[in-house]
Design a protein around this ligand. Structure first.
Ligand code: ADP
Length: 452
């Protein structure tokens, strides 16, 4: 069954049940009220009769009873065995109606000739001193008519009410289903055409359906941009890997042709093959790291002394390269961060500083109320201003550096950016061509604490 039909059926059925329950309630409340009103009248009449009977002197009690017969009923006096002593009636055949002797001082309802009949029993002392029951019987013809009329009115109301109920349930079904229908159509179209289709959502719409539409469109947008990025990455990666592979291939061919005869050619070829292989290996490792970063590696935030962490990072660099790696200022400077990821980020920035400069490299930690800043400064080539916007793109290298033998891949800063994002930190660059570059990692104290 379609969702639209289900909503329609369910809401109609629900309204019908509510209406039926309300109408039944109204019917029974009215019936009770009507019976109570009749009861008070019959009761008053019985009390008058009892008073007259007690005042009676020498008359025939049947005469007195006759004066008090209800307009549509009977009045009887029953002895203790339930046998009729005296009876007067105003309805033909009612003498055959013998209700159960119900509770004293309260009425009971039975049926005679398809009409409800009210019976009232009251104990009295009869002229012979015996305790007898006075029984007043009253046919409720008016009540029967009123109840029938009420029933007709309520049924009419139910039938008339079904019109707006049906219309509203159909409209409700349509309101709920239309956006879902649109969604299904768009998703089918996207699947069939392999495109990232979006749905039309009123910009000012604020309800859940509009929200669902906006979320869907955002998700499609994100999927499309991820797909494009992935496509771009694959094409860039294959392009970047082609260069070292071509170099390796051409040197290997050279070697196979005549390399072993000429030692200098052989040395050059093996050297080039080795350095290109290392470059390729580095590139593949970095690509793997980027792919792993995309799988949302878990960050492990702990209280960390940034000062000590930088010192620990600089030590192996000083060992590996004959260069001055200076750390300014005294620690400890504590912040909540992931020390491993921050160290990885520092390595990238320090390694770049080393690659693109000849002099010492300075690291400065500073602290404000809200932030901790780590600045890595080199006094090298600097980065031209027009290169800054693309600097964090994958495989981007400043033009001149492409031709140098620095052995870069253009992936380092892309990884650095993702690491910084994961750490909740900001990466800033200040660079002057010919003077040098400063990369600044800004870690907000509070944001990291709340993330933590
Ligand atoms: P690479 O592996 O080429 O170093 P990166 O993504 O780390 O890749 O850097 C991208 C480019 O940014 C580099 O090729 C280089 O041109 C430029 N660059 C990065 N850091 C510096 C720096 N400290 N000084 C000058 N140029 C830099």
């Amino acid at each position: 069954m379609r969702l639209k039909t289900k909503i329609h059926l369910f809401s109609t059925l629900l309204m019908l049940v509510i209406l039926a329950l309300t109408n039944t309630g109204i019917y029974f409340v009215y019936e009770k009220l009507a019976f109570d009103t009749e009861y008070h009248q019959v009761k008053m009449q019985s009390e008058d009769l009892i008073a007259s009977l007690s005042r009676m002197t020498g008359q025939n009690p049947a005469t007195v009873l006759r004066a008090y017969i209800p307009p549509n009923g009977a009045v009887r006096v029953l002895d203790s065995t339930g046998k009729v002593k005296v009876e007067s009636q105003s309805v033909e055949g009612i003498e055959s109606y013998h209700p159960e002797i119900g509770p004293v001082e309260k009425y009971s309802i039975g049926e005679f000739n398809k009409t409800p009949v009210m019976t009232l029993n009251m104990p009295i002392i009869w002229i012979d001193g015996e305790v007898v029951q006075l029984q007043m019987i009253q046919q409720l013809i008016d009540v029967k008519h009123s109840l029938r009329l009420l029933m007709l009115i309520l049924m009419g109301v139910t039938v008339i009410a079904m019109i707006p109920i049906t219309v509203s349930s159909v409209t409700l079904g349509r309101i709920v289903i239309q956006p879902i229908d649109n969604l299904i159509k768009t998703m089918t179209q996207s699947r069939q055409t392999g495109t990232y289709e979006k749905i039309d959502v009123p910009a000012e719409g604020k309800d859940e359906m509009a929200q669902m539409g906006h979320e869907f469109n955002d998700m499609m947008g994100q999927l499309e941009s991820n797909f494009k990025k992935q496509e771009q990455f694959v094409s860039n990666a294959s392009h970047e890997l082609k260069t070292p592979l071509t170099v390796i291939e051409s040197y290997a061919r050279l070697l196979s042709r005549r390399g072993f005869d000429d030692l200098s050619v052989a040395e050059e070829a093996v050297g080039a093959i080795l350095s290109e292989s290392i470059r390729m290996k580095d590139m593949i490792m970095q690509m793997l790291q980027l792919a792993r970063n995309q799988e949302q590696v878990a960050f492990n935030f702990v209280e960390t002394d940034v000062h000590a962490l930088i010192e620990k990072t600089l030590r192996p660099m000083r060992q590996a390269y004959t260069r001055d790696f200076i750390l300014e200022g005294n620690g400890p400077t504590v912040v909540v961060t992931d020390p491993d990821k921050l160290r990885q980020l520092l390595f990238i920035l320090l390694d770049n500083a080393r690659k693109y400069s000849e002099r010492e490299i300075k690291t400065v930690v500073s602290e404000t109320k809200a932030h901790i800043s780590i600045a890595v400064t080199d006094y090298g080539n600097g980065i031209p201003e027009e290169a800054l916007p693309q600097l964090f793109d994958r495989f981007y290298r400043v033009h001149e550096d492409r031709n140098r033998k620095t052995g870069g891949t253009g992936l380092g800063l892309a990884i650095a950016k993702e690491l910084a994002e994961g750490l909740g930190a900001e990466l800033k660059i200040e660079s002057v061509v010919g003077m040098g570059t400063t990369f600044r990692i800004i870690i907000p104290k509070r944001q990291i604490l709340t993330d933590f």
